[in-house]
Design a binder for this molecule. Sequence first.
Ligand SMILES: C[S@@+](CC[C@H](N)C(=O)[O-])C[C@H]1O[C@@H](n2cnc3c(N)ncnc32)[C@H](O)[C@@H]1O
Length: 277
Amino acid sequence: MFTARDPQMSLCQIWVQIYNFFCIYANFVVILHNFFVIDMNTAAEISQEKRHIGKLFDRIAAHYDGLNHLLSLGIDRCWRRQAVRSMRAADKVLDVAVGTADLAILMLRKGKARHVTGIDLSPEMMRIGETKAKKAGLEISFLEANAQQMPFPDNSFDAVTCAYGVRNFADLDAGLGEMFRVLKRGGELTILEFGYPNTGFFRWCYDRYFTTFLPFVGRLLSRDKTAYTYLNSSVKHFCYGDDFLQHLQKTGFSGTHFRRQTFGISYLYKAVKSDKK
Ligand SMILES: C[S@@+](CC[C@H](N)C(=O)[O-])C[C@H]1O[C@@H](n2cnc3c(N)ncnc32)[C@H](O)[C@@H]1O
């Protein structure tokens, strides 16, 4: 690039060389940026996306399962299994943001639920879930409904679950409030949601993976320009760990605790609706 040791070189030439070096470097960064299209959306853009969240998931529904397992290297299956293992067996379970029904199917298979009702804003995600459930010989009641305004009476479910759905709610506290309302007293809440690893080097690696590789591959394979950058920005801007527990406690849940999964990439949250009035 430039060799400052050349005695013939004037100070001005050295500055020109340094300037050229930084221009080349800046161009390289811009090219890389455009290549991976690393647009980490702002909080305002994320809340805008959340208004059309059902449509966003409709667009990627066909690729959702495959990409999920590929991008998480199959670890998402272990996270769901851990969540289901943590559950007490229940009669009527509501799976909020059921999506393609991976969690609902697992609950039924493992005998943790006798009947599952799944609600979601994306008919396409549920259509795929319904096909999977039928293929497995399992019955799930799917319903297109908003988690923030559920069409169920108070105290109607023995347990409520939600896997990787809560960070998409336009109003988290309204969604948690609805979960609390429809849950019977003594009923158990199980939530899975992404977090961020809290150890230095792993956090750095994950950040690179999450902000470059994942949106790039997501875009390439799903052919959707915005969905995977939204998905990844929504995780970055969402609360996790103790901050999330505070939302649960504020809603009225008790016995709140969490378990970090794979260095904190995912979190398993547990809570109960106390049977004391
Ligand atoms: C990342 S997917 C998770 C799907 C599934 N639970 C799983 O574990 O793979 C998030 C789902 O949440 C749904 N969703 C987002 N906001 C919602 C809301 N307010 N009410 C109901 N479903 C919602 C989306 O349509 C999408 O299917």
